[in-house]
Ligand binder design. Sequence first.
Ligand code: DGL
Length: 271
Amino acid sequence: MAKINKGSEAPIGIFDSGLGGLTVLQAMVKLLPQESYLYFGDTAHVPYGSKSNETVLKYADQITEFLIRQKVKLIVVACNTASSVALTGLKKKYDIPIIGVVEPAVRRAAELTKSRTIGVIGTRATIRSGSYQNLIQRELPEARTIAKACPLFVSLVEEGWENTAVAREVAGVYLSDILKNGMDTLILGCTHYPVLMPTIREIVTDKVNLISSGEAVAQTVRDHLMKADLLSDNRRPSETFYITDLPQLFDELGSRFLGRRLENVKYIQPL
Ligand code: DGL
């Protein structure tokens, strides 16, 4: 097993199957601008959400090993599918802080809901895993959870089609029936979905709290680094992106989505 760098100047490792983790990275850069980041986008294997647990576990494990070899100080699993099926195993296996995206979003939802009816949308694998349903049950036993897989959302985002009539149509079909249940809080349980936030907002209106995990994850990371005395005060932090397929496309869509150029986008052979 690779050795862990305890230094505060070491980068934070963050991974996703593709672009979606950028929504988490964005929130982290906002809260922790002096940290360096090493992002791994497994675009050769996207989507994770329609694969078996065994396959997702294998990818998540290999990426974690890779990030540890790059001497990151903490890892964020910025993918709900990987967080849902692999996080527990990764935490057991590796002696490095690993933070997923499910728990922070559930905590926020439990704080906000008044009707005690919480909706969760995500990939098939995330919804099938029951990760959100179980955690909501634990946090707020009296709450009702309505879960729905929305597999087409990821393709819309990866294609850059988040603000099109097609996206609105698809969102309308997915969300209309879960809206009928008195839900006042909806967790976007997939890191790609915040890109569709304006489209989803149009459908659910402002009566529903929309929760994406980015901010909550960033706060969890900050708390953790603070406690471990590992916060960086680097004035010139760096960002590096390792992408397993079509790095130019990642660069193009990612830059558009983050509203700034991505520096240091590198191709890496799929692990
Ligand atoms: N980023 C993944 C997630 O949050 C969605 C994309 C995929 O299916 O790989 O679940």
